[in-house]
Design a protein around this ligand. Sequence first.
Ligand code: FMN
Length: 195
Amino acid sequence: MNSNLDYFNQLVRSRRSVFTKDFSGEKVDDAIIQQMLENANWAPTHKLTEPWRFIVFTGNGLRKLADFQSVCYKQVTQRNGTFDEKKFEGLKAKPLECSHVIAIGMKRDEKKSLPEWEEMGAVFCAVENLYLTATAYGIGCYLSTGGITNFEEAKEFFGLGKEDKLLGFLNVGMPKSLPVSGRRKPIEEKVKWVS
Ligand SMILES: Cc1cc2nc3c(=O)[nH]c(=O)nc-3n(C[C@H](O)[C@H](O)[C@H](O)COP(=O)(O)O)c2cc1C
């Protein structure tokens, strides 16, 4: 088989989520983050709405993110009675364990020319491009969708309006070691061929 195809197959199958406990603390070169973003921009997009939006936090920006998300979490959850001290501490600490955190948003086009789920689908395609590019460069990352992701009150900080959505955070760092191999049930269990 063509070696490019071997490489591509291996790349996709070896992509793993690498969590902050497995980050070395070393900084990832901004130029690699730029390549990740450039590839994200080539995700498929119905009607070319290109709904993905990213805010990259690094350096002192990580502290700004940690402060904002922990305070926002506390305010909202103390109001609705779901406050959890452990989650609050995690939101305050986790960004500081990363080299970069990329906040992921979906910007709704003004005409709302597509259903929302299609636009979110396009953004997650862009996220896969971020993940795969990180894998190709030997960088670790994982997508987190907890914390303040679903909080209306959080949107403005990330430049998102009422119709837009905050979809999560890609936490990026240098991995301490090579990621372990993943697990998936066979594809045959999830496919039916009709011929
Ligand atoms: C839409 C989506 C949301 C996710 N949210 C979280 C999350 O909130 N926290 C987390 O630890 N991992 C999250 N993940 C990462 C998964 O835990 C990870 O993909 C899964 O364990 C499979 O491991 P792999 O990525 O190494 O194949 C998310 C992944 C996806 C696709």
